[in-house]
Design a protein around this ligand. Structure first.
Ligand SMILES: NC(=O)c1ccc[n+]([C@@H]2O[C@H](COP(=O)([O-])OP(=O)(O)OC[C@H]3O[C@@H](n4cnc5c(N)ncnc54)[C@H](O)[C@@H]3O)[C@@H](O)[C@H]2O)c1
Length: 358
């Protein structure tokens, strides 16, 4: 595949993330045109296409795939549709950027990546937080050996009031498959695993709950402006998940996500290594802890200028990979499968009340 190839992109699901993120960022890529957009809500697809200058509009993704034969498909519909849409797109010959969670179960994710491999297509996932400045700085320190052996980590994304799309598909188990664990859990896992170099999980203990959503509390955050509570009140998903994951070699990860909590917003990944530790926060900080000349030292990395937002880098790297850059950093099948394996095990552990041995 030559770097001069022109990429024709189709976007399936013309919702919040496609409108704000996928379409504008693919349109910024060289030799890349967003040719079509599809949504079951035809009026929404039409409005997004008109606003972003996309030529073709569909309300059925199979018709889109058959008529447009896109080189790249973006899957950005409610979670339950990720598997059928991504599979259809791969079978139609497209490379796929699938929104997270890539699938609702480990076996579904395995089947999707097997289809991608059989068709020799790239299937990747939109877990973009690894490309924030603090994460990239921490990764550079990890690659240079700053941490020594990483023996433990803690990764947290806890919102004060952040239940997305209350009453929409986000809080409807039939369409979302689950709540906070599937929605922000995969991002939160990727942040830690990326620095830890993706060890294989062996034992998982988790608890899940729904402390706020069922009472109509903790609403806000992503899509709150388009999914108002008046659109319905169905809420049958989790709003928190806590877990402990033990990996091959004995490394431990503590994991904590919540859409809502009576606690300040907390978005942090902490790394504990034999030679150094780090506290990796949101957009603007990575604190490093180590010993220097027998003294305890805390340093703060000055972040280098970023090549666009974290999502812009994810999309840029995906296109670079398709252009033949085998070193471009994307979420690989092996990495995405570890996310799903852990999420699957947390769900089983919580429902069965026992540790899951993988
Ligand atoms: N990577 C990230 O940081 C991130 C952020 C937000 C959302 N997401 C993911 O993106 C996906 C979409 O989220 P959103 O916030 O845009 O939701 P949204 O509700 O704003 O949009 C979803 C769209 O999908 C459409 N849709 C539903 N069924 C469809 C079908 N069968 N065919 C075509 N379109 C269909 C809906 O009409 C809606 O317009 C979800 O999987 C979500 O988890 C990822």
């Amino acid at each position: 595949m030559s770097s001069s190839q022109a990429w024709r992109v189709a976007v399936i699901g013309a919702g919040t993330i496609s409108q704000r993120v996928h379409i504008p960022l693919f349109q910024k890529q060289p030799n890349t045109t967003v040719v079509a957009v599809c949504d079951v809500n035809a009026a929404r697809a039409q409005a997004v296409a008109a606003e972003t200058g996309v030529a073709h509009v569909y309300s059925d993704y199979e018709t889109l795939l058959a008529e447009q034969q896109p080189d790249i498909a973006v899957v950005a519909a409610p979670n339950v549709f990720h598997k059928p849409m991504a599979t259809a797109a791969l079978e139609a010959g497209a490379h796929v950027l699938c929104e997270k969670p890539v699938a609702l179960t480990y076996s579904d994710a395995q089947a999707m990546f097997a289809t991608a491999a059989a068709r020799q297509r790239v299937l990747t996932v939109g877990t973009h937080f690894r490309f924030t400045g603090p994460m990239q700085a921490a990764k550079a320190h990890a690659a240079a050996g700053f941490f020594g052996r990483i023996y433990a980590a803690r990764t947290v994304w806890q919102r004060r009031n952040g239940i997305p799309g209350y009453g929409s598909w986000f809080t409807n188990r039939d369409l979302a498959g689950g709540g906070a664990l599937l929605d922000i859990g995969v991002h939160t896992l990727d942040r830690a695993l990326y620095i830890m170099n993706y060890p294989q999980p062996k034992r998982v203990s988790g608890v899940m709950g729904a402390e706020f959503g069922p009472r109509g509390r903790g609403l806000g955050g992503w899509g709150a402006d388009i999914h108002s509570p008046s659109s319905g009140t169905r809420y049958d998903v989790d709003d928190l998940a806590w877990a402990q994951v033990l990996f091959e070699g004995g490394t431990v990860l503590q994991f904590q996500v919540a859409w809502a909590a009576n606690y300040p917003e907390n978005f942090v990944t902490e790394i504990f290594g034999t030679e150094g530790g780090a506290r990796i926060g949101g957009q603007d900080s990575v604190e490093l802890y180590s010993m220097l000349n027998g003294l305890e030292v805390k340093t703060e990395t000055q972040l280098p200028p970023q090549k666009g937002s974290s999502y812009e880098q994810l999309i840029g790297n995906f296109v670079s990979r398709l252009n033949g850059d085998t070193q471009a950093d994307i979420v690989t099948p092996e990495q995405a499968l570890v996310h799903v394996k852990i999420v699957d095990a947390i769900t089983r552990s919580a429902s069965e009340g026992r540790e899951i041995v993988l």
